[in-house]
Design a protein around this ligand. Structure first.
Ligand SMILES: *Cc1c(COP(=O)(O)O)cnc(C)c1O
Length: 416
């Protein structure tokens, strides 16, 4: 495949080769990123990209769906089994569309939705003001306690009673603690709201049985498929049978046209991998690695939002280090440690140069790194932080990181 591209379009081929070497030669700590298996990649790059399949299995607008119907049904069945749900829509192009689709399946524009504020770890699509979800709905935002970094359920319940939202959205992009979906479910029930749990980041942890399951406590669960779940870029909406029709209509024809069948086939492959025992071990190791990384960072005097982590993600509060997060993330990138700067709860700084640095362990765990390497990575981060303006130290770290990466090649893995 690669050589065909090389012959046909060397310009793009070379960019892909360079990006591959960047991905393999650096420590990827962005918690939403991962490495998919060659099997997932192969399905993503398959001839299924050639087919138009508007509609749903058995109810398509165009002919020639003998195979695509089975592909989509297989993805649905695997997701239903893995997450224990009655219905699943595997067509959303991304997590953002899945969320908008879920909201529009339940309420009309102008009605009230309530989600976690972006600087407090929520996602743009949870009703943040610059997102369409913050514009077409009456959006009320809850926050975490800025002292503890944790949810204050009494305050959230109070806010819900005051605003009577039609939907309460839970889930996060930057929350280092396990989310108590049951508690949120109760708050939603008390005010007659639907509860939508967005598990984009933690889907792999839920599937691996190392995070509380939102399914019993929510009306709809949305997720991306490319973060801890380790599939292609895409999304799913999971729900009870009674909401199936509304959800499906909301995605197609509500928001989308033809589903991306190559992606759906790759989602099926990823779901197959996630149902194997080895995936449970993977999910456990993600958390073990994150805990060791967090502990070592604390030993180095870093402050962490909420004081640590229960999941795959760590949020450093850099204020005591007096280094702008953008400067640190750029220096780390030079040292081949790839992170992203991130707002922290009650952040006094601007979102373009916020006070936090977000780290996560899904990608390093995929390439086989364990506690020892997690600790080493924390030491590297500290070394760069302490020598932020020292080019030669940063270069030395970069060299050591390259050597570490060479010991943990992003080989193809087969999830047995
Ligand atoms: C990543 C993410 C999304 C959006 O997914 P995209 O595929 O980038 O559109 C939605 N919700 C949460 C909580 C996320 O972390």
């Amino acid at each position: 495949m690669a050589s065909i591209l090389e012959k046909h379009d060397s310009e793009i081929y070379e960019l892909i080769v360079k990006e591959e070497s960047r991905q393999n030669g650096s420590i990827r700590l962005i918690p939403s990123e991962n490495y998919v298996s060659k099997a997932v990649m192969s399905a993503t790059g398959s001839i299924l990209t050639n087919k138009y399949s508007e509609g749903y299995p058995g109810r398509r607008y165009y002919e020639g769906q003998q195979i695509t119907d089975i592909v989509e049904t297989t993805a649905q069945e695997r997701a239903k089994k893995l997450f224990g749900v009655e219905h699943v829509n595997v067509q959303p192009y991304s997590g953002s569309i899945a969320n908008l689709g879920a909201y529009l399946a339940l309420v009309e524009p102008g009605e009230t939705i309530m989600g976690l504020a972006l600087p407090d770890g929520g996602h743009l699509t949870h009703g943040w003001k610059v997102s369409t979800t913050g514009k077409i709905f009456n959006s009320v935002q809850y926050s975490v306690n800025p002292e503890t970094g944790r949810f204050d359920f009494d305050k959230i319940a109070e806010l819900a009673k005051k605003h009577k939202p039609k939907i309460i959205i839970t889930g996060a992009s930057a929350h280092p603690r396990e989310i108590d979906f049951e508690k949120f479910g109760e708050i939603a029930k008390d005010v007659g709201a639907y509860h939508i749990a967005d598990i984009a980041h933690i889907a792999g942890l839920v599937a691996g049985g190392v995070h509380k399951d939102p399914v019993p406590y929510s009306d709809i669960v949305t997720t991306t498929t490319h973060k801890t779940l380790r599939g292609p870029r895409g999304a799913m909406i999971l729900c009870k049978e009674e909401l199936a029709k509304q959800v499906d209509k909301s995605i197609f024809p509500g928001l989308q046209g033809g589903p991306h069948m190559h992606t759906i086939s790759a989602i099926a492959v990823a779901l197959g991998e996630a149902s194997k025992p080895a995936f449970k071990e993977y999910a456990r190791q993600i958390i073990k690695n994150a805990k060791v990384l967090a502990e070592r960072l604390l030993e180095h005097g870093f402050e962490l939002v909420s004081g640590g982590t229960d999941n795959h993600l760590i949020l450093i509060d850099l204020r005591n280090k007096e280094i702008p997060s953008k400067k640190l993330s750029k220096a780390l990138d030079k040292a081949k440690i790839v992170t992203n700067c991130n707002s922290i709860p009650n952040d006094p700084a601007s979102p373009f140069n916020p006070s936090g640095l977000r780290l996560g362990t899904p990608a390093i765990t995929t390439r086989g790194m364990k506690e020892e390497q997690a600790k080493q990575i924390a030491d590297y981060i500290n070394q760069v932080t302490e020598n932020i303006d020292n080019e030669s130290v940063i270069e030395t770290v970069a060299k050591e990181v390259s050597e570490l990466c060479a010991q943990f090649p992003v080989a193809d893995y087969f999830v047995a």
